[in-house]
Structures are given as structure tokens and as C-alpha cells.
Write a protein that binds this ligand. Structure first.
Ligand SMILES: Cc1cc2nc3c(=O)[nH]c(=O)nc-3n(C[C@H](O)[C@H](O)[C@H](O)COP(=O)(O)OP(=O)(O)OC[C@H]3O[C@@H](n4cnc5c(N)ncnc54)[C@H](O)[C@@H]3O)c2cc1C
Length: 356
């Protein structure tokens, strides 16, 4: 069996690692260059993401990720100004119940991506923008790229994120809607964050002042990434760990001027290259479609507020298991893809206001 994956994001790379581990041929095509775009600085990884990484990655990769995550985040704090200083005024469990986030640990996103790429160097082609596919009479699928090249495989997976070109051709009825919400996201070194990392510890915290909401979280590496690399994954490029330090990540909606000076300073001191504006989109669910040799995962088919990365990795793990069953002859290829899609659709969030 040969699988083409479009998109070297969290879902696509997790899938490629899992397929390669059992010897299934996989080719990943990525539109961006090897350094990629800024896609957020850190990620809250919950039990779904951890199970997917453990299920798809070699044990050295899993050990490297585990060694460099922050500690468990099991509470969400509420901060408020008390006598002119920020203080914790409430703590809710982060337990996945009643719409609350699941417990998890924070990971440095560029590091996670480098770990996911390690060992796949010969399978990923960068600067290869997928444009369209054709289903061939023998049941295989041919993918075409912007430079005029093509490749053919038994399965084509669209793991190409919110703007998915695979989805646009395959499931044109699925539409991305702009919710109109905008967020400013950034990261500020802990040394410039004026005591806030100490106040919140490893937990996420929310501050609401007038029309402004700010969400904050600290990433404290449990062991220095350079040492973890030497110990667990020397094949990881040295540059992936060279300049990492503890930081505070934050997301802001509403005017910065509403914030107290201590929080305005966090925004002012942020790393400019890590600061970006995010448009919050949604994909209303579509009715089930018949399984073919083309499928989709992650943001390409569903968006989830704050946990889309976990769902993308979970999809990748589930699709990987289904393709392994098909490769072993335990299921037909289309039954395997259909069973993955049924579970993927059932797990996708259907809130009135989906986003990410
Ligand atoms: C600032 C920010 C913070 C976030 N925080 C969290 C969090 O804490 N926890 C969480 O679970 N989720 C979080 N998310 C959401 C999470 O990042 C996404 O849900 C996740 O990245 C989706 O993974 P994916 O593999 O589906 O797509 P992506 O990771 O978006 O990867 C898609 C890839 O496809 C490539 N591509 C696109 N088009 C083409 C094409 N035509 N040809 C070839 N390649 C193409 C893209 O370049 C990209 O590399 C956050 C998102 C942002 C922006």
C-alpha cells in the first residue's frame, strides 16, 4: 500500500510516522518550506493527543516529547486586580466535564513539529503545493502539484488544514465560515513577565476586564530541551532546541488599553516573530459521504476551539490503525476508510459556534 499525505502539520506528520513504523510507504507533500509558518507557539496536549503520539511515534520520539512538556495543567485560574495587583480569585478543575478543557500539558509547538519530522526527512517534500487530484480507473489516486509534478498512491489524505485544497475539491459542500472573531496571540519570555508565571504556576489563567479577555499559560520545560535531545533523540536537529527558554503564551480579544499595566507590559515585551492575529473560523458539519480512496483529517474537515491539534492527531492515529488493518487484509480499503470516517465524524465538535 502507498499513501500520499497532503500537509506536514500535526495530523499529517503523526499519520506519516505511524504508517512508516509498520512499513507502509508514505509520501508527504507540504506547501511551505522546511521552516514552515508561525502556527502558534505552544499547544495544550490532552489525553487524546498523548494517546495518538504514543500510538504512532517511535518510543524515542515519545520520550523526547514527554521530557520537554510542561507539568500537568489540572486547573483553570481566574485572575483579577485586587488592591492594584493581579491575584488568583477562582480556580475551576480542568477535567473535561461541562464543556471545560481536559487536563493536559503544554508543549512547544515548533519543537513538537521538529520531533514529528525527525525520521521522515526522506518522506516529506517541502515547497510542494497540492492543487488537485484525479481518481484513476484502477482505483488509485493521482495528486497534482503547482510545479506540474504528480504522484500516485492507493490512498490520498488531505491533512492540509483549514484552507484544505483536498476538501475543496472532494467535499465542496463543506464550507469554512468566518465567525468574525479575531484574537491577538503571542509569547513573552518568562524573565520579562513580571512574576506572572510564578502566580499561575503551570495552569492556564483567564483575565476579563471590561470588553477584553486575556488567556495566559506558562511553559516551563520540565527538563532542558538540549539535554533531553542528547538523551532521547540525538537525530533531532540541534537548532530545534538551541534557543528555547521558558515563556508565557497569551491570547487576547478586545482592546489592550483595558488591561492593567502589568498585562499591557506582557504584550509589549512579546517576541515580535511569535505575535500574530488569528481569525476564528468554523466548519458546519456536513452529512456523511461514501468512502473512497480520498479522505481528510484534522482542521481540513473540523475546527475545534483550543483542541483542534488534539483532534488532528487523534484522527491521524485512528486513520493509521484503519489503514494498517486494510494493509493486513483484515478489512477492505474502503471499509477501513469508511470506519475511520464514521468515528472521526462522531468525535468532531458540533457547537453552535465552532472555532479554533
Ligand atoms: C495560535 C494557535 C494556538 C492553538 N492552540 C492549540 C492548543 O493549545 N491545543 C490544540 O489542540 N490546538 C490548538 N490550536 C489548533 C491547532 O493548531 C490546529 O487544530 C492543528 O494545527 C490542526 O492540525 P492539522 O494537521 O489538521 O493542520 P495544520 O497543522 O494546519 O497543518 C496543515 C498543513 O498543510 C499545509 N498545506 C496547506 N495547504 C496545502 C497544499 N495545498 N499543499 C500542501 N500542503 C498544504 C500547511 O502548510 C500546513 O503545514 C491552535 C491554533 C493556533 C493558530
Amino acid at each position: 500500500m502507498k499513501v500520499i499525505v497532503i500537509g506536514a502539520g500535526l495530523g499529517g506528520l503523526t499519520l506519516a510516522q505511524g504508517l512508516r513504523r509498520v512499513g507502509i510507504e508514505v509520501a508527504v507533500y507540504e506547501r511551505d518550506g522546511a521552516l514552515g509558518r508561525a502556527q502558534g507557539v505552544s499547544l495544550h496536549v490532552d489525553d487524546r493527543g498523548v494517546a495518538a503520539l504514543q500510538g504512532c511515534l517511535p518510543s524515542a520520539h515519545v520520550a523526547m516529547i514527554d521530557a520537554t512538556m510542561g507539568r500537568l495543567r489540572d486547573k483553570t485560574l481566574k485572575l483579577s486586580e485586587v488592591d492594584g495587583s493581579l491575584a488568583v480569585v477562582d480556580a475551576q478543575p480542568t477535567d473535561g466535564a461541562a464543556g471545560r478543557a481536559r487536563p493536559g500539558r503544554q508543549t512547544h509547538r515548533p519543537l513538537l513539529r521538529s520531533i514529528l519530522l525527525t525520521g521522515l526527512e526522506d518522506a516529506v517534500r517541502f515547497e510542494a503545493e497540492f492543487t488537485r487530484f484525479e481518481r484513476l480507473p484502477d482505483g488509485t489516486v493521482q495528486a497534482w502539484f503547482a510545479d506540474g509534478s504528480n504522484d500516485t498512491a492507493d490512498v490520498l489524505v488531505g491533512a492540509d488544514g483549514i484552507g484544505s485544497a483536498v476538501r475543496r475539491q472532494y467535499l465542496p459542500q463543506a464550507q469554512v465560515l468566518d465567525s468574525g472573531r479575531r484574537m491577538l496571540m503571542g509569547a513573552t519570555p518568562s524573565r520579562a513577565a513580571a512574576g506572572l508565571p510564578e502566580l499561575i504556576g503551570d495552569n492556564p489563567a483567564v483575565v476579563r476586564i471590561q470588553d477584553t479577555t486575556m488567556v495566559l499559560g506558562a511553559l516551563r520545560f520540565t527538563s532542558p530541551p538540549t539535554l533531553a535531545r542528547q538523551r532521547f533523540l540525538p537525530a533531532l536537529p540541534r537548532a530545534a532546541v538551541a534557543t528555547i527558554e521558558d515563556y508565557l503564551m497569551w491570547a487576547l480579544s478586545g482592546p489592550v488599553d483595558d488591561l492593567p499595566p502589568s498585562l499591557q507590559r506582557i504584550v509589549d515585551e512579546a517576541w515580535p516573530e511569535m505575535t500574530s492575529t488569528l481569525r476564528v473560523g468554523m466548519i458546519p458539519p456536513i452529512p456523511p459521504w461514501p468512502a473512497t480512496a480520498v479522505t481528510v483529517l484534522g482542521d481540513a474537515i473540523h475546527l475545534a476551539p483550543g483542541f483542534g491539534g488534539n483532534l488532528a492527531m487523534q484522527d491521524a492515529h485512528r486513520l493509521c490503525s484503519a489503514l494498517i488493518e486494510a494493509n493486513r487484509g483484515q478489512l477492505s480499503l474502503l471499509d477501513a476508510i469508511g470506519s475511520y470516517e464514521d468515528i472521526m465524524r462522531a468525535a468532531a465538535p458540533v457547537p453552535a459556534k465552532a472555532g479554533r
